[in-house]
Ligand binder design. Structure first.
Ligand SMILES: Nc1ncnc2c1ncn2[C@@H]1O[C@H](COP(=O)(O)OP(=O)(O)O)[C@@H](O)[C@H]1O
Ligand code: SF4
Ligand SMILES: [Mg+2]
Length: 318
């Protein structure tokens, strides 16, 4: 039997402006079951990081104006409820490792603190657990790195420190925002294996944000494609990435690097800005879509289910 750990219902989040309000995430719904990994993909600026940050109230400039967020069946819209989840039941690995670490605190103590606070370990126990965690994350000399400061480490090492801190509290849900982008390819696959192992062992759920569709298909059971603040396609990884219904998903698949001799087919044009989203009447992808017709310019398509494979496109089945 499965149980829903996180449920988001019809969520709209945005930024108050001088002359009104600019929504950056619109009418977004999703469910993540215990132990499940949901991938979130889409070009830069579509609202992926904002969604993860909203779950922990980490973007103070933004406001939720509609919808509900349920964690373990309970609404966490009140700010204090989301603050209480931070680093405990929900951990986050951020895109930029340097800004997330304390520059004047030794690496080992930053990781150890998580064990001391969340698991009530003594400083001795925390040191031991920290060194074990660092070893499992392929630090070649954990004892030495323990006493270093963030600026002593490479970008890849700092990212692994953040991963260690995120996993140390054994969260029920991990928000992984481009967790391996700063790592080189060999370390990347080792770290992804560690995340997978941890997920299985602890029955941890993951919201896995990535622009890399290959990583998402390796890490996740389900995937959502975001465009201009909306979910435009969602379903199992097999359905969405294997038989995409939405032209945008197809565009993402065609624009990813393939073989050495194959040319990339980037999607023409750019995603809509926040203000363009508000002034556009029809489908936000229309100006970039080769399948666009009159109805696309006139009506915003709704997310419709085709046997649990959802797509927001007027011509999804054609
Ligand atoms: N503080 C802010 N004020 C106004 N707009 C913002 C702010 N932070 C982010 N945004 C806008 O919110 C949108 C979503 O951003 P983000 O979630 O970071 O995108 P992604 O992670 O998908 O690249 C973007 O259009 C971005 O410009
Ligand atoms: S609704 Fe029309 S413009 Fe939008 S993705 Fe579908 S075919 Fe393209
Ligand atoms: Mg982002």
């Amino acid at each position: 039997m499965t149980s829903i750990l996180l449920e988001i219902r019809d969520l709209t989040v945005g930024f108050p402006q001088k002359d009104g309000f600019a929504p950056a995430i619109q009418n977004l719904s999703l469910k993540i079951e215990q132990g499940e990994s949901l991938g979130l993909v889409g070009e830069s600026g579509c609202g992926k990081s904002l969604l993860a940050m909203t779950l922990l109230d980490l973007q103070p400039a933004s406001r939720i104006v509609n919808g509900d967020i349920l964690f373990k069946g309970e609404s966490v819209i009140p700010l204090e409820k989301r603050h209480a989840l931070r680093g405990k039941e929900i951990s986050m690995i951020f895109q930029e490792p340097m800004t997330s670490l304390n520059p004047v605190m030794k690496i080992g103590h930053q990781i150890g603190e998580v064990y001391e606070i969340h698991k009530k370990y003594s400083s001795e126990e925390a040191r031991k657990a920290t060194l074990e965690m660092m070893k499992s994350l392929h630090f070649s000399d954990p004892e030495k790195v323990f006493d270093k400061y963030p600026h002593h480490l490479s970008g890849g090492m700092r990212q692994r420190v953040l991963i260690a801190m995120a996993l140390a509290s054994d969260p029920l849900l991990l928000l992984a925002d481009e967790p391996t982008t700063a790592l080189d390819v060999t370390i990347q696959s080792q770290i992804l294996d560690i995340l997978k192992d941890h997920q299985k062992k602890m029955n941890m759920s993951t919201l896995f944000i990535s622009h890399d569709l290959n990583i998402v298909s390796d890490m996740c059971q389900k995937v959502m494609v975001m465009y201009g603040g909306y979910i435009v396609e969602s379903g199992t990884v097999e359905d969405v990435l294997g038989s995409p219904l939405h032209p945008y998903t197809l565009g993402l698949l065609n624009s990813r690097p393939k073989g050495f001799h194959q040319t990339l087919e980037p999607i023409p044009g750019l995603p809509p800005t926040l203000s363009e989203r508000q002034t556009t009447k029809g489908c936000l992808f229309a100006s970039r879509c080769s399948k666009a017709t009159d109805i696309c310019l006139d009506q915003r398509p709704e997310l419709i289910s085709y046997q649990d494979h959802w797509s927001a496109c007027h011509h999804a089945t054609s």
